[in-house]
Ligand binder design. Structure first.
Ligand SMILES: Nc1ncnc2c1ncn2[C@@H]1O[C@H](COP(=O)(O)OP(=O)(O)OP(=O)(O)O)[C@@H](O)[C@H]1O
Ligand SMILES: [Mg+2]
Length: 232
């Protein structure tokens, strides 16, 4: 049987390579970036394996969501020339990952369920009441931002105040991305609810283009960036 797994997409001719856990990326002329989504799967910041066609599924899911949310927030996509490939505007990625959570869920050290079970009641600048059960629905979706660890580091929790006081984002940038993220999440929750799913939590990345405009980058509402549950 032929090898159907795209475990890497190395193109030595192209400049400024970045080999992420999942995507192999390069610059193209005219302020563009090519992002080739491989079949690599990562969890807990490690590459675990490669799964045939995962990269195509991921790219096409992200495409579905980009196309169904561009009325809320403009995104980086210029073209989809291949099932695994996005050509995007080359952005300066903002140094904060905008994580949105609708439920008290998760298993990692930065997850609000893990921290809640350790007794924490103030997390990411939000206060939580006593007595919440595992995986309880939150009163409203919240943003639990983290640093964007470039080059494979681990992301660290932030509060809105820290984002501003450390100068990671301007007040105006934070206003823009936090408003967009909550609106995107609401759209995602409503759309998956109609198919019998719950969008539990997700991560958005934003970047700035050559004109200074903030655009949604990377991917959106994929299983790599999001947690989904069956509604029933
Ligand atoms: N339009 C864009 N312009 C520039 N960089 C982008 C753009 N869209 C996404 N990126 C970056 O390209 C990389 C995509 O690779 P991948 O998703 O494999 O990385 P990752 O392993 O998830 O993240 P990282 O290694 O940065 O922690 C990410 O670093 C992402 O921030
Ligand atoms: Mg990524």
């Amino acid at each position: 049987m032929p090898n159907r797994v795209l475990d890497h997409a190395r193109i030595p001719e192209l400049p400024n390579p970045y080999f992420g856990k999942v995507r192999d990326c390069y610059d193209l002329p005219d302020n563009r970036r090519i992002l080739i989504t491989t079949d690599r799967i990562s969890a807990f910041d490690r590459i675990l394996a490669a799964i045939p066609f995962k990269g195509q599924v991921l790219t096409q899911m992200a495409r579905f969501w980009f196309e169904n949310t561009d009325d809320i927030c403009p995104n980086h996509v210029l073209d989809y020339p291949d099932p695994n490939v996005v050509i995007g505007k080359k952005l300066e990625i903002l140094p904060v990952e905008i994580v949105v959570r609708g439920y008290l869920a998760g298993t990692t050290s930065t997850s609000i369920l893990t921290r809640y079970k350790k007794g924490e009641r103030v997390m990411y600048g939000h206060e939580f009441p006593d007595g919440l059960r595992d995986n309880a629905k939150l009163a409203e979706p919240i943003i639990t931002p983290t640093t964007k660890a470039f080059d494979g580091g681990h992301d660290e929790p932030l509060t809105a105040d820290e984002i501003l006081s450390r100068g990671l984002l301007s007040q105006e940038q934070w206003q823009t991305v936090s408003t967009a993220a909550l609106a995107l999440f609401k759209r995602g929750q409503e759309m998956v609810a109609r198919q019998g799913f719950i969008l539990v939590d997700t991560k958005y990345e934003f970047g700035i283009d050559a004109d200074g405009t903030i655009l949604l980058a990377d991917e959106i509402h994929t299983p790599d960036s999001s947690r989904f549950w069956l509604a029933d």
